[in-house]
Design a protein around this ligand. Structure first.
Ligand SMILES: [Zn+2]
Ligand SMILES: [Zn+2]
Length: 383
């Protein structure tokens, strides 16, 4: 990939925009900047979700970027568990935007700037970026409290990035550092959610951490727990392929809940005490139960999954007294995006991306993600 004189990485295919600006910034690639500008695409391929199980790859119009907007050429775009929930027809009664019309999913992606709209003067065509899909207004009582994830005026991408091209507001865009790998950078958004969860609990160096569920979120949590100095990590996962991934990614103990008792294993490894922190990353009641059973007295259960709003769970209130357990929730991200981006090169993330698809095969990609036979499934949309 070509390097600019400022060390930043560029995608040479995306050269729309102000050539003079490029000359200023990229003196050494003068000839590239002098080539005629390709016309800005007016249409894009996009995978459109019409309803549960009905995903169609279509051609949509895409307007030029408006004021304070950026046109992006998507590079890598991931499939999130929440996208699968919409595919399955889950009904969200809170927080998630209503998605009744056909819409384009995709909020975990890296991209190259293709053009900038009026008022954007700090990004240039070719810059590689990632996108924080929801941003708070930073100017309301909720944001004042630091709860930008609950901002009533938060900006949400109008159209997702299971598409070749997408326009987003400038404030969603984070430039990638020069040496960043855009494939791994597509994990920034889910990693930023895991960072938010870790911000909500006190995990000390030397802790024992148990993770129930070895999908993308569980595996990201495993990497972060190790990075933060967990003395030992246990991962419980019913699917063999995902247990193998947890093993590859350095879990100290990998458990099959069909055969092993996670709570007994956690106690065995901690002189009978249990794990200091347990992380529910499966969205399944059995996983939450395993977390409650495996955590030590006065320990913390962190819930990183997005459960089905229709699900219920039986709790015994007495245990909150008798065991002083904390159950901590976590919702998306609160100023964790840049920190996640900075963590990307410091974690072992490459094995977490197990499948790459062309957008034309979007339905097959979703089925692969739903099968659970890998971890993160992404689209490779590089021009
Ligand atoms: Zn996501
Ligand atoms: Zn706000």
């Amino acid at each position: 990939m070509p390097r600019g004189s400022d060390g930043s990485t560029r995608v040479s295919a995306a050269l729309e925009g102000d050539g003079l600006h490029r000359l200023e910034r990229l003196g050494s690639v003068r000839r590239v900047a002098m080539t005629p500008k390709p016309p800005l695409a007016q249409q894009t391929r996009a995978a459109v979700l019409y309803g549960p199980g009905d995903l169609r790859v279509e051609t949509l119009d895409v307007p030029p970027p408006g004021p304070d907007e950026v046109r992006l050429q998507v590079a890598f775009s991931g499939i999130c568990g929440t996208d699968l929930h919409y595919w399955d027809g889950w009904k969200f009664d809170a927080w998630f935007p209503e998605r009744s019309d056909p819409w384009v999913p995709g909020h975990e992606f890296s991209a190259a700037v293709q053009a900038v709209g009026p008022g954007v003067d700090d990004l240039a065509p070719g810059d590689l970026v990632v996108v924080e899909p929801n941003t708070g207004c930073e100017d309301c009582p909720t944001c004042d409290r630091g709860l930008v994830n609950f901002c009533p005026n938060k900006a949400i991408m109008a159209r997702g990035a299971w598409a070749d091209h997408v326009n987003v507001g400038r404030r969603h865009v984070f430039p990638l550092p020069g040496a960043a790998d855009p494939r791994l950078a597509s994990l920034t958004e889910p990693l930023a959610c895991v960072v938010r969860g870790f911000d909500r609990v006190t995990a000390a160096p030397g802790d024992t951490v148990l993770i129930a569920g070895a999908g993308p979120i569980g595996l990201l949590a495993l990497q972060l727990a190790k990075h933060q100095g967990a003395a030992q990590t246990l991962v419980s996962e019913p699917i063999a392929a995902r247990r193998a991934l947890a093993d590859t990614l350095g879990a100290d103990h990998v458990l099959d809940p069909a055969e092993d008792d996670p709570a007994a294993a956690a106690r065995d490894l901690t002189n009978g005490g249990g794990a200091d922190v347990t992380i529910e990353a499966a969205g399944a009641n059995a996983a939450l139960q395993a977390c409650l059973d495996s955590v030590r007295d006065s320990g913390v259960v962190l819930i990183l999954s997005v459960g089905n709003p229709a699900a219920r769970f039986d709790l015994r209130p007495f245990d909150f007294f008798a065991r002083e357990i904390s159950i901590i929730g976590s919702n998306t991200r609160v100023h964790t995006f840049q920190r996640a981006l900075d963590l990307i090169p410091r974690l072992n993330l490459a094995p977490i991306i197990t499948h790459e698809f062309d957008l034309a095969d979007a339905a097959a990609a979703v089925q692969t993600a739903k099968s659970g036979q890998g971890a993160k499934v992404i689209f490779d949309l590089r021009a």
